[in-house]
Design a protein around this ligand. Structure first.
Ligand code: NDP
Length: 445
């Protein structure tokens, strides 16, 4: 790293002690900026780098709620409003016991550049809570969501900050939060949350968008080599929203996904994943991956090791951050993997990314490859503002166009800065310059 960039990184580490995921995300972006700053030194003037790594606002609050047995629990809520240069803060809410300020900050920071890549006029933010929805009744989840929104409502709005879902936050949670927001504000601001139900302002394709987008990104990367997903064996991690729809799109494009996972283990189904059964188990019953294996002859559940031990042509990490480390990357490469498209946020550790890049395979980083989710959220906002609703084909065509544009912007930026085929540099450089140009135009704010 150049001195000027290194100094900014050191300040981030000193100022945000112990927030290792945030340090990791900042390091990855700043490292990519070396050739950008070398070519355009003005991006390092006016403390622009120092400003871009500091959230505009950080909100942390108490979320008290009562369980079905009458016991009172206290969780912690977060909303990091990171950067509003390009538009209202936009980014999901994560409910998972591992959530802390550093995780939300890393996700918010990534979101700035991801949202810039979509070219849809959205800033970057993220939020959530250390609440664990697993094993909680609908009534408990509702009371939690209502308490969470009671505080969050005063900070958000259709032109201010527009949250969506993430790990642990799907249609049910968005519904409970929207209900509480509407009640508190006495206003039907459909555009205040995305990922809504179709009957109350949601968009077709939003549910599918992140997983579909990650697969479309893999297809675009393959097309640069004159190849496609047709006939490829695909290794998928996760069994939530992103994983399920990545599997669906991969199947539609003629590939064969053979794995998925959750925190209890991973499933190998060499005949190809039975998507209807997986949806039934995960979306309807809210079950575990073991429930799939019980009903699917030939599928096996593995509770030790890692899903990345399974050989395949394409890997789609769709669970969580740092789920794919350097050793897993080496195993994947040995198994013949030539494409990695990140459905999750920062699922590959820096060692894994280095291994993929050294091997020269196609590697699509999450901030580009999983941008289809937020892009379709922006399409939802557009439909809400216009009081209109597009059919599935129209929304999907827009998503496909946006993913192609993101891919092409990454390719062009990687070429411009002398590292053709480096999607990490391409995504960071293209996203950063879009935000930085507008921050410069807005003055020192
Ligand atoms: P879901 O909650 O729907 O699913 C998450 C899946 O990953 C579950 O199968 C879960 O298993 C597994 N998982 C989560 N944490 C862990 C962990 N620590 N160890 C092992 N398995 C884990 O979330 P999404 O599918 O929405 O999100 C997945 C990833 O995609 C996240 O990184 C998210 O930030 C990213 N993303 C999501 C977008 C969206 O639109 N939903 C948009 C862009 C990125 P279990 O149930 O056992 O915890």
């Amino acid at each position: 790293m150049q001195d000027v960039v290194e100094k900014v990184y050191e300040q981030v580490v000193a100022r945000n002690r112990g927030e290792v995921e945030f340090h990791q995300a900042v390091h990855e972006v700043l490292e990519s900026l070396d050739p950008v700053i070398a070519k355009h030194p003005h991006y390092a003037e006016g403390a622009l780098l120092e400003r871009i790594v500091e959230p505009e606002r950080q909100i942390m609050f108490r979320v008290p709620w009562v369980d079905d047995a009458g016991q009172v629990h206290v969780n912690r809520g977060f909303r990091i409003e990171f950067n509003s240069a390009l538009g209202p803060y936009k980014g999901g809410l994560r409910f998972h016991p591992s959530v802390n300020a550093g995780i939300i900050k890393f996700l918010g920071f990534e979101q700035i550049f991801k949202n810039a890549l979509t070219a849809q006029g959205i800033g970057g933010g993220k939020g959530g809570s250390d609440f664990d929805p697993h094993g909680r009744s609908d009534a408990e989840v509702m009371r939690f969501c209502q308490s969470f929104m009671t505080e969050l409502a005063r900070h958000i709005g259709p032109s201010t900050d527009v949250p969506a879902g993430d790990i642990g936050v799907g249609g049910r949670e968005i519904g409970y939060m929207f209900g509480q927001y509407k009640r508190l504000r006495n206003s039907y601001d459909a555009g205040v949350l995305t990922g809504k139900g179709l009957a109350w302002g949601g968009s077709l394709v939003r549910t599918e968008a992140t997983g579909y987008g990650a697969v479309l990104f893999a297809q675009s990367m393959l097309s640069t080599k004159g190849e496609s997903l047709e006939g490829k064996k695909v290794i998928v991690s996760g069994a939530g929203n992103v994983a399920i729809y990545a599997i669906e799109k991969a199947q539609q494009l003629g590939a064969t996904p053979v794995t998925f996972s959750d925190s209890s283990g991973y499933v190998v189904d060499e005949a190809g994943v039975d998507l209807d059964l997986l949806k039934e188990v995960k979306e309807v019953e809210r079950g575990r991956v073991a429930d799939y294996v019980e009903r699917r002859p030939g599928a096996r559940l593995v509770t030790g090791g890692s899903v990345w031990d399974v050989p395949g042509d394409v890997a789609l990490p769709c669970a969580t951050q740092n789920e794919l480390d350097g050793d897993a990357a080496v195993t994947l490469l040995r198994g013949g993997c030539g494409v990695v498209s990140e459905g999750a946020n920062m699922p590959s550790t820096p060692e894994a990314v280095e291994a993929f890049q050294k091997a020269g395979i196609l590697f699509g980083p999450g901030k580009a490859a999983n941008a289809g989710g937020v892009a379709t959220s922006a399409l939802e906002m557009e439909q809400n503002a216009g009081r209109t609703r597009w059919d599935f084909a129209t929304a999907e065509a827009k998503l496909t166009g946006i993913m192609t544009d993101i891919h092409d912007s990454c390719v062009a930026a990687a070429e411009e800065y002398g590292r053709p085929g480096d999607y990490v540099l391409g995504a960071n450089a293209a996203g950063f310059t879009r935000v930085a140009d507008v921050m410069i135009a807005h003055g020192i704010v």
